[in-house]
Design a protein around this ligand. Structure first.
Ligand SMILES: Cc1ncc(COP(=O)(O)O)c(C=O)c1O
Length: 384
């Protein structure tokens, strides 16, 4: 939040800022989705819908994950106001004071925050930096107790880009089922997996653990539809009913005509979605190559999402003791916006988003390299 405020301030002052902070694809939303909304508005689809989402959208989502082995039908689907609302409604529906939720860290900021908003405790299980923060079952299972009500896994992960393997996911699912805890799998970045890797989804485990496995997803990143606010969860009918009960008092249905756009992208996959992943793959290669050249910046290649999470602690000193100070320095001295690792529960790192325009990424990286190789004030200080 502090970085965003400073970005706005600098821009108001006329300073050019290269924003590698935002987790938002630069692509426009798919044409088919936009056209479908225009049609829906013309047809007057502007009224409340069924709370759980339109039957077409629910059936489309069930079919999508059914293709990955899940025994889910439309009744197993709840359409929500973004994946964020799906996660929050699950927290409100299932958590009480005294409950614990195990969260691998680094973690997306809202995950532990929502657990706390529901009155429960987020038990963090740090993943190993040396392992590229890969999400492993062992530390998660070790962090479970008799109070554990859920484990929330986010793969590919925001902010690290790390993923979970199907074997680890299976172990986590088994450990959850044994304790009657939910495995909530936030698969918001499911499409953004690189180097020929396959995304491991709980959809393939739902038949074995039907009562405890919950999949959360979103149209935001896959289809560059962040502003549409459309997400969903799939799980047991009892899970859908509990989350829907919360939704009924908070947002009611997701926006009627936005759902028409989502129905259209499920009906015929828009080519823009694959183009976006291809652009991210290209930008990722460029980013990693550039980071590799910068002294004191260590970044194992992230397997997925559209973030890099390099260790920059070699650049910390008395004047710049942590990731917040380092991010501020990058912004003030190089005009590059990044997100400090401490926001994700991991000091020593910063998050760089490469979902931005190619020119923005290229200029941002150039400024970053310039600053850290001696051209900027910080570099000069270090050089001498
Ligand atoms: C891991 C993760 N989950 C969920 C979301 C929220 O997505 P939505 O826009 O669907 O609310 C985000 C957004 O940044 C995210 O990074």
């Amino acid at each position: 939040m502090a970085v965003s405020r400073r970005v706005a301030e600098l821009r108001r002052e006329g300073v050019e800022v290269f924003d590698l902070g935002a987790g938002e694809p630069d692509f426009p939303s798919p044409e088919t989705a936009v056209k479908a909304v225009q049609r829906a508005l013309d047809e007057g689809r502007t009224k409340y819908t069924v709370l759980e989402g339109t039957p077409e959208l629910r059936a489309g989502l069930a079919a999508r994950y059914g293709a990955r082995g899940a025994p889910w039908g439309a009744a197993n689907v709840l359409v929500t106001v973004g994946a964020k609302a799906a996660l929050y409604q699950l927290a409100k529906a299932f958590l009480s004071p005294g409950d614990e939720v195990v969260v691998p860290t680094p973690a997306w900021v809202s995950i532990p925050a929502q657990v706390r908003l529901a009155g429960a405790a987020a038990v963090t299980a740090p993943m190993a930096a040396a392992d590229g923060f890969a999400i492993r079952a062992q530390p998660l299972v070790e962090a479970m107790s008799e109070r554990t009500r859920a484990v929330i896994v986010n793969s590919p992960c925001n902010p690290t880009g790390a993923v979970v393997s199907i074997l680890d996911l299976e172990r986590i699912a088994a450990a959850c089922a044994e304790r009657n805890a939910l495995l909530i799998s936030d698969e918001t970045y499911e499409r953004f997996v690189y180097d020929g890797k396959r995304h491991a989804s709980v959809a393939s485990l739902a038949a074995r653990y039907p009562e405890t496995v919950v999949l959360v997803g979103s149209f935001s990143k896959t289809y560059a539809m962040t502003g549409w606010r459309l997400g969903y969860l799939l799980g047991a009918p009892s899970v859908v009913a509990a989350a829907a009960a919360v939704q009924s008092h908070v947002t009611s249905n997701a926006t009627s005509f936005a759902m028409a756009g989502a129905e259209a992208v499920l009906e015929s996959e828009p080519p823009e979605a694959a183009d976006l992943v291809a652009a991210c793959a290209r930008r990722r290669r460029r980013l990693l190559a550039e980071l590799d050249r910068i002294p004191g910046v260590v970044c194992p290649p992230p397997a997925g999402a559209f973030y890099a999470f390099p260790d920059v602690s070699a650049w910390f000193d008395e004047d710049c003791p942590d990731s917040v100070a380092f991010s501020r320095r990058l912004l003030d001295e190089a005009g590059v916006a990044t997100t400090p690792g401490s926001a994700f529960g991991c000091e020593g790192h910063i998050r760089l988003s490469y979902a931005c325009r190619d020119e923005m990424l290229a200029s941002g990286l150039e400024r970053l390299a310039g600053l850290l190789s001696g051209a900027g004030e910080a570099g000069r200080r270090r050089a001498g």
